[in-house]
Design a protein around this ligand. Sequence first.
Ligand SMILES: [Zn+2]
Length: 376
Amino acid sequence: MTKRFSFSLNATDGKARTGVISTPRGDIRTPAFMPVGTAATVKAMMPESVAATGADILLGNTYHLMLRPTAERIDRLGGLHKFMNWDKPILTDSGGFQVMSLADLRKLTEKGVTFKSHIDGSKHELTPERSMEIQRLLGSDIVMCFDECPALPADRTRINESMQLSMRWAARSREAFGDRPGHALFGIQQGGLEEDLRAESAQALRDIEFDGYAVGGLAVGEGQEAMFSVLDFAPDQLPTDKPRYLMGVGKPDDIVGAVKRGIDMMDCVLPSRSGRTGQVFTRRGVLNIKNARHMDDPRPLDEQCTCPACSNYSRAYLHHVFRAQEMISGMLLTWHNLHYFQEIMQGMRDAIAVGAFGAWEADFHAQRALGDIAPL
Ligand SMILES: [Zn+2]
């Protein structure tokens, strides 16, 4: 018999929660950070290296994969897990957000969205039903509802209309998803920064019933203060016994602030994308490896970090390979960044489990406030 998808909460500390999402492909420890494997790869990383950083799950992008190599081709080749050699859980987004941010000539109707591919200009349609089909063909373990999300700031009328449309699409997504034991479908709360619209959206989703609930429509340019002000109430509007996922977040302090407010899952391209542009996240904040101050520095990025970049290479070497545009630069810096993000998650899980989240958070902010180590 197929193992069911389930979520168990092991401890709470204030609003912060730690638990385990069980899936047939393995457990996901929460709070969880999901690296983004946009085009069936976490850029510059082998899948086993991603797993070695401590990631229990990755995110795949429906929009990119439906255009290239196509969901049908991935299905013929055995599904996304086999195709990309990742046997742990995969969450796929619905494609809606990236259609809005990347595609050309978008046309939005009640039925769905038509658009032209940013790759070759070919014409495509995404609807709730088509998004569910694509995510099924990919073999995704956690499927996201197809939704629509306006960029912020937007006026209340626009936010409300968009939320209502997304709730109608959520019902159609649920219907099209059907009954798939071992696979989960998450609803996505919308409503911008408006508490009453968020509450209405949460109620609509609870009436439909999902396996988990995402807080959508944030991290779209509203800033951290506005995002936290929504997270002060939005997670509380969602069921306590289901995972809560904040989409597209974020920087380390965004992640910590979200977990503090009751979020269980997050994803972001930041650690991998930054790794390719020379931006490095450490417990003492952000540094840029291309700066000349690192040119003669024999010390690692972070003396306490156990990742391969910090265990075996100096800042001077990492500066050199970045300047020389060697591929190992993106590989090592991405590994370090992903390792650091997972270390934050592990630190929070351990702290919440023993009721010490407040002390952990204070130490997190105190170390960041020190700034990077002084130049030699
Ligand atoms: Zn490191």
